[in-house]
Design a protein around this ligand. Structure first.
Ligand code: B12
Ligand code: SF4
Length: 494
């Protein structure tokens, strides 16, 4: 059965922006929403098709599971894309034919590390019909070598690296003029893959200059289908105030920058009035990077009398106060997800997290006492972590059980080669052979032992009676797994 594409009009448009699956389906994706708002403001005509939500809403239950964060534990990322492509082959080929029938020249995809594989298949089919169409990939997956260089052969003309608004506009204008475009900040021509080094886009300094998303291009009724909870994503800041040793998010989003409280509030007011929004989820890495800004925004919300709930990530910081937590609650803060990650002192130090267990305890209790649901994320198997270190986390959770609403993520430690740890493996006492996922730490803890630790810890959290949401232990690339088994050079045939 074909997709209903009747609301979209491609002819005469400068660019088609596609959101390929799989991606979350609770809310519209914020990156593409920012891009379309900016392009429209700059008089560039864009049509946005959220293929992700269209296919998800057509799926039966067992296929819907492919969209769950858990699916990366069962399938390697490229396998998920293969299954979706296979299940929806008819719809996707019809979709490609529909695109090809139009005169839109620039076809862009917003990709993450899973959807990049499906986007590449779509691009391959588009190019097979008409090699003159220009394919652009942007989004989190284009930033680092992995997965950008795992899509071989790639059918992309340009990768946009980093914040897209300004660079994408400039790229579109220059493609339209037929200009020759070489490697430059934010633009990585595909011909450079394997030889050049991409340079991230220069981040926008004054975020108030960017128009906020209105979601006019989206059919908001499609998200969180069948559920009355219809949140919209928001962004107050980009970047982080910290530089934790394992993290790549502060690299993806360099420099901590914020909108003004007034600018963010105008957006909130707009959505409450126009989109009838009753809940928001902040996509910021942390909502409490600038406490004064957070308090000003809470004041504006409280003074306006607008009533809605919001959820956000937050960091543990010792200068959070009871007064601020109470104000946040009054301003609609429903849940805070704290990136607590660990409590053992030696691990926190190596993570470059500068707080103590008693500070964590204080912040969790303060938030809980203010009436905020207080969730935590935990990383298991950090390099050098001993069984005793993890026991300290268990003891902490037990002691603070009454103040913790949920353990949201229990994640097996992921080694990103671009992180501080990945760049300084010797200092952290680890090494890897075939793939970063297969690293062995100074205590000899390998991937299998880490996975075992994740699952037994997760079971213990369950036995404690604590609610838990997601367990992350992503599946290894099957080619690498095979090579590991055969123990031969992985680069020989991949
Ligand atoms: C909030 C968030 C979520 C929320 C999403 C809520 C929502 N509806 O938006 C939730 C919690 C659901 C989530 C889930 C997951 N997430 Co997440 N998430 C984020 C986070 C913190 C912010 C994303 C965001 O909104 N950014 C704000 C917008 C404005 O920025 P943006 O999306 O990057 O878009 C800009 C540019 O990338 C670019 N751009 C984007 N698209 C395009 C397209 C074109 C053509 C162009 C030119 C440019 C361009 O321009 C945009 C504007 O500047 C990022 C961290 C980060 N540093 O970005 C991780 C991040 C995106 N998530 C990540 C991951 C891995 C996941 C999960 C797979 C984790 C898991 N296993 O559970 C799941 C996905 C599950 C699924 N089925 O989709 C990774 C992606 C890694 C990668 N290389 O792809 C990130 C980078 C975190 C990390 N370091 O691991 N996530
Ligand atoms: S606080 Fe979170 S987002 Fe910020 S650097 Fe640390 S892990 Fe990354």
């Amino acid at each position: 059965m074909s997709l209903d594409l009747s609301r979209y009009h491609l002819d005469g448009k400068d660019v088609l922006l596609i959101i390929p699956p799989p991606l979350f389906t609770k809310m519209p994706p914020l990156g593409p929403a920012y891009l379309t708002a900016y392009l429209k403001q700059q008089q560039c005509s864009v049509e946005l098709v959220d293929l992700n939500i269209l296919l998800f809403n057509k799926s039966v239950d067992n296929i819907k599971d492919l969209w769950s964060p858990d699916s990366t534990n069962s399938f390697y990322q490229a396998e998920i894309a293969d299954i979706i492509f296979d299940k929806f082959n008819g719809e996707l080929l019809d979709f490609i034919a529909w695109v090809i029938r139009s005169d839109v020249k620039i076809i862009a995809f917003s990709v993450n590390m899973v959807s990049i594989f499906l986007a590449n298949k779509l691009a391959e089919n588009i190019k097979a019909y008409d090699s003159n169409r220009i394919i652009v990939f942007g989004g989190a997956a284009t930033y680092f070598i992995h997965p950008r260089e795992l899509i071989t052969p790639g059918f992309v003309d340009y990768f946009v690296i980093g914040e897209g608004e300004m660079v994408f506009l400039s790229l579109i204008k220059r493609i339209k003029k037929g200009e020759r475009i070489e490697l430059e900040p934010g633009i990585f021509p595909a011909k450079e893959v394997g030889r050049g080094t991409p340079i991230p886009a220069i981040p926008c300094v004054d975020l108030d200059l960017l128009p906020f998303p209105t979601y006019e291009e989206f059919d908001l009724s499609l998200y969180n289908n069948g559920n009355d909870y219809k949140p919209l994503p928001l962004l107050l800041t980009r970047g982080c105030i910290n530089k934790c040793s394992y993290c790549i998010d502060h690299i993806l989003w360099p420099k901590y920058r914020s909108r003004s409280a007034e600018h963010a509030f105008r957006e909130i007011e707009y959505h409450c009035r126009i989109n009838k929004t009753k809940a928001f989820e902040w996509n910021d890495l942390l909502c409490n990077g600038n406490l004064r800004l957070l308090e000003s925004l809470c004041d504006l919300i409280i003074d306006s009398g607008l009533k809605f709930n919001w959820v956000s990530y937050a960091v543990i910081r010792s200068d959070m106060t009871e007064r601020l937590c109470e104000k946040m609650k009054k301003a609609g803060c429903h849940t805070l997800i704290y990136g607590m990650e660990h409590v053992a002192k030696s691990i926190l130090t190596r993570m470059k997290k500068f707080y103590t267990p008693s500070e964590i305890e204080n912040v969790l209790r303060m938030s809980h006492n203010a009436g905020i649901c207080t969730n935590v994320n935990i990383i298991v198997g950090f390099p050098g972590e001993t069984k005793n270190d993890l026991d300290e986390v268990a003891v902490f959770l037990r002691r603070n059980k009454a103040y913790i609403s949920e353990v949201t993520n229990i994640s097996g430690f992921t080694l990103f080669p671009e992180s501080d740890i990945g760049q300084n493996t010797a200092c952290y006492g680890l090494s890897w052979d075939l793939d970063p996922m297969l690293f062995v730490d100074s205590n000899g803890l390998n991937r299998d032992a880490r996975a075992e630790r994740v699952f037994s810890f997760s079971k213990m959290v369950e036995d404690m009676g604590l609610r838990k949401s997601i367990v992350n232990q992503p599946k290894l690339n099957p080619h690498i797994a095979l090579k590991e088994k055969e123990n031969i050079d992985p680069h020989s045939s991949i």
